[in-house]
Design a binder for this molecule. Sequence first.
Ligand SMILES: Cc1cc2nc3c(=O)[nH]c(=O)nc-3n(C[C@H](O)[C@H](O)[C@H](O)COP(=O)(O)OP(=O)(O)OC[C@H]3O[C@@H](n4cnc5c(N)ncnc54)[C@H](O)[C@@H]3O)c2cc1C
Length: 271
Amino acid sequence: MTSWKTIPADLWDVAVVGGGPAGMTAAMAAARAGAAVVLLERGERPGKKLLMTGNGKCNLGNRDLKPSYYYSDNMAMAASVLERFGTEETMAFFASLGLLVRERRGGLYPASEQAAVVLDALRYGLAREGVTILPQAMVRGLSVADKPASGYLVELEDGRRIRARRVVLACGGQAAPRTGSDGSGYELARSLGHRVISPVPALVQLHCGEKYCKALAGVRAEGVVRLYGVSRPGTGRGGGPWARPAGPGLFRSGCRPRRSTPPGRDCRPAE
Ligand SMILES: Cc1cc2nc3c(=O)[nH]c(=O)nc-3n(C[C@H](O)[C@H](O)[C@H](O)COP(=O)(O)OP(=O)(O)OC[C@H]3O[C@@H](n4cnc5c(N)ncnc54)[C@H](O)[C@@H]3O)c2cc1C
């Protein structure tokens, strides 16, 4: 584990806040471009949420990638990002880390089907590129240093301070806050004058009030889920405890309702 003593007191080229997949990838890209990079992660180690992904198997990409699958007021930006870094670039990036990837029904997974292997590949990649990882580094404040050439002052919860020419904010959203992403990144962005668009749920589970649903716990079936008040049904496998329905179809449907329109829902078998 990197200790504070190994962190030089002078100016870093880049400080990346947040050690999720976004932060690790950004840190690696900056280091590959020749920057001296420090990665600041509030947890014991980077990538805690990544270990939960794809039910522990990490669905790391998909052949079928289109801007229309994203929710944004700025679809041109979504298109431009995917144009520059689509499925082929994702495959090439993981290949550069030595990760074997296999395809299942268009989805990309590590050949080992273990999210932990993806995390290991990213961590080895960071080490190879010389990125310094500082764990237990909760960033509380960000400000522009007095002299513009001095970049940013990054303040940690425990009082330590770091200076960096550039800062990448990669603190995640608010999903699964026990993994570290509790929305503190939004505050850091606001403190620098950025406008933050209110987040809405993405892939979420739905909760049923009816007690009889408990009897269906563990039943898996291909089906259609319709949420009242929204136009497109979600389809796919639904399973797990039906008092807390789960599965891709339900997750996909869950992202559609807005806060102001609590949905009804209807589950039926696929035709
Ligand atoms: C159960 C589950 C399953 C999923 N399955 C998949 C899947 O199969 N495929 C897929 O593509 N996506 C999946 N996702 C979504 C995926 O995990 C996220 O999109 C991804 O982790 C986002 O990466 P990130 O780096 O932006 O944020 P995060 O992974 O949330 O990482 C943010 C990091 O920043 C750190 N941090 C936050 N605030 C601070 C601070 N102030 N100072 C220092 N550090 C801070 C956090 O501790 C955390 O480590 C899943 C998500 C969940 C919850």
